[in-house]
Design a protein around this ligand. Structure first.
Ligand SMILES: O=P(O)(O)OC[C@H]1O[C@H](OP(=O)(O)OP(=O)(O)O)[C@H](O)[C@@H]1O
Ligand SMILES: O=c1[nH]c(=O)c2nc[nH]c2[nH]1
Ligand SMILES: [Mg+2]
Length: 164
């Protein structure tokens, strides 16, 4: 697939992620009770852990999907489904991911668990219709940099970045 043009960059700190995942937990608590959480690996595991702590959910399983090599999207591969969780059609279950971008990953997981509630911390417009609950929307040409993918380093002044 062609490289997506990500013109904007949206770095997220651990504190921001924690705060936003907690905000998501606040939105989800009244929609429960939940039978358990299905985290979409790997990005979904971090918000899933925070939400599980806040909602006192101890039943957690994973769906293992891989679809990006950094910013390059390729065909999604399902490495593991949810056989262990006995989640049936997903009724009463919460699916957690860090974000929806094109919505490809969400589409695949929704097919596995059509009645589950799909929640993410971030959403881009193309994926937004596939999510039941999210916290922050960013534009489609924005790349979100999660805290586990980045480290502190020198940053060019904006003027230099714009002048090339
Ligand atoms: O809406 P989409 O276009 O499908 O993109 C969203 C998915 O892409 C990222 O996962 P990725 O496949 O990069 O794997 P990772 O979570 O292991 O980093 C992200 O964590 C979402 O799961
Ligand atoms: O770290 C990430 N940031 C993103 O914006 C994104 N979109 C798809 N997959 C992604 N991973
Ligand atoms: Mg992911």
């Amino acid at each position: 697939m062609a490289e997506a043009p990500f013109n904007k960059h949206f770095p997220v700190s651990w504190e921001e992620l924690h705060r936003n995942a907690k905000a998501l937990a606040w939105r989800l608590i009244d929609r429960g009770p939940w039978k358990g959480i299905i985290a979409i690996t790997r990005g979904g595991m971090v918000p899933a852990a925070i939400i599980a702590r806040e909602l006192e959910i101890r039943m957690i399983d994973t769906v293992c999907v891989s679809s990006y090599d950094h910013q390059q999207q390729r065909n999604a591969t399902i490495l593991k489904g949810v056989e262990g969780a006995n989640a049936g059609d997903g009724e009463g279950w919460l699916i957690i991911d860090d974000l929806v971008d094109t919505g490809k990953t969400a589409e695949i997981v929704r097919k596995m668990l059509p009645k589950a509630h799909f929640a993410t911390v971030y959403a881009k417009p193309a994926g937004r219709p596939l999510v039941d609950t999210f916290i922050t929307e960013v534009s489609q040409d924005t790349w979100i940099h999660f805290p586990w993918d980045i480290e502190l380093q020198f940053s060019q002044p904006i003027a230099k970045q714009r002048n090339g």
